[in-house]
Design a protein around this ligand. Structure first.
Ligand SMILES: [Zn+2]
Length: 277
């Protein structure tokens, strides 16, 4: 089973906002999303990264426009989801499954591009989204206008998946395809319903830990940022225990990958924009 990640956009942030004891230097963060080539499920997307829908889309509400203006993400045209699929000889209609790790804009803004896909996500978190007002959802970093209108009908909830119990060196979670190849591991702290993905069939176990931290250094060196990062966390007190679990995973020989860490990894594809000179 092959897994690749691409970088949909860059976002600049002062290091001290995302790393305790960091400097005022600006860090250029990536906004990754992934693509699994699964032997029986076919191509499976892991989130969609940032797409124009989040930044210039007509359907954007006032708060989403404000959010874009504050963060100023810079889209990476060459590694937007559709050109990356094309690079691998795939069309958007061939995507039958999108795993949605959590509902923040930089993970879901391209969901409408995949009319034939089912969405594997936390049905518990989705039920809470539906029960909240738009204003309450903004406070959780969720902009409902980014979901396809039929998201509910196409949701394939985590709660229906068989559970795998944690064993010595393998983390437990929901077995997404019933073959142990991709396990959704709860990662409380950053966002309501956030889960990571454990790939146990690779040479070294890989855990895609999404947004547990922005920087790998913050995770490995126990440098979880304080205020204001804690302000935007769903459950700030859960970030440290979740990070500690990931450090144990690394100590046992596993690889952890994050969505936003700037350093390239062996799973990242690098495509250049044919339009750029
Ligand atoms: Zn997030």
């Amino acid at each position: 089973m092959k897994i690749v990640f691409a970088n949909s956009a860059w976002v600049n942030a002062a290091e001290r906002l995302i790393l305790r004891g960091g400097s005022w230097r600006s860090v250029r963060l990536r906004v990754r999303y992934g693509l699994i080539f699964h032997p029986s499920e076919g191509p499976v997307l892991i989130d969609t990264g940032y797409t124009p829908e989040a930044l210039t889309g007509e359907r954007r509400g006032r708060m989403l426009r404000l959010y874009g203006a504050l963060l100023k993400p810079e889209l990476n045209a060459a590694e937007q989801v559709l050109p990356v699929l094309k690079h691998f000889g795939l069309s958007q209609d061939e995507i039958r499954t999108v795993i949605v790790t959590h509902f923040h804009a930089d993970h879901i803004s391209g969901l409408s591009l995949f009319p034939k896909a089912r969405f594997i996500a936390s049905d518990a978190a989705w039920a809470r989204v539906k029960a909240r007002t738009p204003r309450q959802n903004w406070r959780h970093g969720v902009f409902v206008e980014l979901f396809p209108p039929d998201f509910d009908a196409r949701l394939d909830g985590l709660s229906s998946k068989p559970r795998i119990e944690a064993r010595d060196d393998v983390l437990g979670g929901a077995d997404l395809f019933g073959d142990g190849s991709v396990i959704a591991v709860d990662l409380p702290g950053h966002a309501d319903g956030q889960f990571g993905l454990l790939f146990a069939g690779l040479e070294r176990h890989l855990l895609y830990a999404v947004d547990v931290q922005w920087l790998l250094t913050a995770l490995i060196e126990s440098r979880t940022p304080g205020f204001p990062a804690t302000l935007i966390a769903e459950d700030a007190r859960a970030i440290e225990p979740t990070s500690a679990m990931l450090r144990r995973f690394v100590a046992a020989g596993g690889d952890v990958m994050l969505c936003h860490d700037p350093a390239p990894t062996s799973y990242d594809v690098t495509l250049s924009d044919p339009e750029a000179g």
